[in-house]
Design a protein around this ligand. Sequence first.
Ligand SMILES: [Zn+2]
Length: 408
Amino acid sequence: MNGFEKTRELVEAIARTGRAERGVSRLALTESDREARAIAVSEMESLGMTVRTDACCNIWAEYPGTSDQPGVVIGSHLDSVPEGGDYDGVLGVCAGLGVVRDILAENPHPARSLSVVVFTSEESSRFSLATIGSKAATGNLTTMDTLRFKDKNGTTLLKALRDFGGQPEYLCRDALAPASYHSYFELHIEQGPVLDWNSEDVGIVEAIAAPTRFMLDIQGEQAHSGACPMNLRHDALTAAAEIILAVERAGRAESDFGTVATVGVCECRPGAMNVVPGRVTLKVDIRGIVEKSIARAYNDVMEKVKKVCAERGVTCNFTLYSADKPVAMDGLLARRVEKSCRELGVKYRRMPSGAGHDAMYMATLIPSALIFVPCKDGVSHSPAETIDWERVRPGYDVLLNTVRGIVM
Ligand SMILES: [Zn+2]
């Protein structure tokens, strides 16, 4: 069996773990996560790789090279969102294993080592914190952080890691040294429609958008919906409505720069038909790859919030969750990937990534490349997530060709 066929077999086997009524629900550090990891580990072992699990439960499998030059690591994640799809993350891990298989079949003594990594909890679904494993691996997660983040049952990330066999008290010890690898590669479904709709097979990511996320807690005055006249109201929901539209306008105004802005959560209290809403919580997510554009969108929203509060006699509390900087992928590595596309005659485009990925943190220490392959209509984080394997093959071949060129 060649590496590409093996990739497909592994993806299909892993998709059976955490199978839910709709899609897959393979939340991080749960039994189904353990089952998925076991499938990957069994393949790592059969390839003759040495497998180790670090303090954050990231799995690192390595096949040694004949030289002591730093090796190549390929990876992604196996956890999913609730009712997610079969390919998000899983494809990147399995394609890494497929590539190792193909390279070793050609030459069992590569000059550089070949590694595959499975990062813990890339999705924020369980602990409200994304890219946990790659944050830890790059020294961006402390033991204190693991105490702060909890799942909806109140289990701390620290306890979940410990129960899963990790050592959250040693996160710092296990962080990678800069340049400990020659390069990091991640193959991922695009999770957007650009490649699919343009009949292109590979996206070479130039930068990963960084989210600025915040909560707006709008306090109005709760009142009787029958007895309180219109001119005396301080309706928190109508204030929120104006702000939601302002967020959309701010995103649209910056769309030439690839910035997007979304209100994904709107909680209205008390939420009764006969009550003028007294309090509304909005959660806002603004992302882009151009810092100034993100800042403009953010400032537009904040101006509007002030204006709405003044006009409507409501108040607003602001909580900033994150304001990360966009992360550039390695330019030289992107050019290597581009060269592979040309050699193989693959239709590609250079593009930004709107979604966050483990490559974002790996890029802080190791030259990193993120390669997108199309998924049907860009649908992801959904049971409807599907791929056409024949349209994934070019991306796989590009990954194989590029990695082969480095390690042989
Ligand atoms: Zn993913």
